[in-house]
Design a protein around this ligand. Structure first.
Ligand code: FES
Length: 268
């Protein structure tokens, strides 16, 4: 169930609760009067039957309770009723306002905010500056908001264009790879190992090259990617769509580690 639908249900339930409360406050006095109307005729019927029965009126003794003097609906009564109504309406209105505020706050909290960040197109900055920055030491640039690493694609762009994952991510055209940092084995965050120049997962030891290609460990494929594009000189990464990483055995760059590993864990 989407957050929007959930919030709508919360609002509907709140309004229904308010309507039930208002209906009860309106009907409760009428229901009480109806109950009294049922009791009185029964008592009169019993008395009439006792007088007609053998033994006469001793059959049932009537307790003479003085009839209450009918009260006149004076100005005080009218004032009381008006005050009660006013209080009821005030309570109902307060409840409605409270529930409305609660519903709006729920909507505001649950509604997805797609203004920047993961799930949207993220502008990283000037493409040439980023290329030079990364090329200086061949370390990827991590973008926390988008949960990905940007690297300069290492290898032949023509070769990249033969591989569906790279075609979809546009790596051959832009010269950039945006690798999702979530390990494709069991979802751990994969950090960069500067000595090996590989991505190395600390959970079970999967390892991926600088292009995010599978090299070692239990991972079933290369790191997933996001599509990159360059618009007006700006590098943009679209994190609304996750592109499944290239299969095991894909090698466009760096088949061997360039230094010591950061992670030695292995499984499977
Ligand atoms: Fe990364 Fe298992 S989660 S290797």
């Amino acid at each position: 169930m989407s957050p929007g639908v959930l919030a709508l249900l919360v609002v509907i339930a709140s309004v229904a609760a308010w309507a039930a409360f208002m209906a009860y406050t309106a009907l409760a006095p009428k229901l009480r009067r109806h109950d009294m109307g049922v009791v009185l005729p029964e008592k009169e019927e019993v008395l009439a039957a006792s007088k007609a029965a053998p033994g006469g009126p001793d059959y049932v003794r009537e307790i003479n309770v003085p009839e209450p003097r009918p009260r006149r609906r004076g100005a005080e009564d009218v004032k009381d009723v008006s005050r009660r109504k006013l209080l009821n309406r005030f309570m109902g209105a307060s409840l409605l306002v409270g529930l409305g505020q609660f519903g709006l706050a729920s909507l505001d909290f649950l509604y997805p905010r797609l203004r920047g960040g993961f799930g949207t197109k993220i502008t990283i900055g000037n493409a040439e500056e980023i290329r030079n920055e990364i090329a200086a030491n061949r370390d990827p640039k991590f973008i926390p908001d988008g949960r990905f690493f940007v690297t300069v694609f290492e290898g032949d762009p023509a070769e990249a264009n033969k591989i569906p994952a790279y075609r979809a991510s546009n790596a051959g055209a832009t010269g950039f790879v945006a690798s999702y940092r979530k390990c494709v084995h069991l979802g751990c965050s994969v950090p960069w190992c500067p000595s090996a120049k590989w991505f190395e997962c600390p959970c079970h030891g999967s390892k991926y090259s600088i292009n995010g290609e599978y090299r070692d460990g239990p991972a079933p494929r290369s790191l997933d990617q996001f599509r990159t594009e360059i618009v007006d000189g700006q590098l943009i990464v679209d994190t609304s769509l996750i592109i499944e990483g290239a299969p095991r055995g894909t090698i466009t760059s760096q088949p061997q580690p360039e230094g010591i590993h950061c992670v030695d864990v292995r499984e499977g």
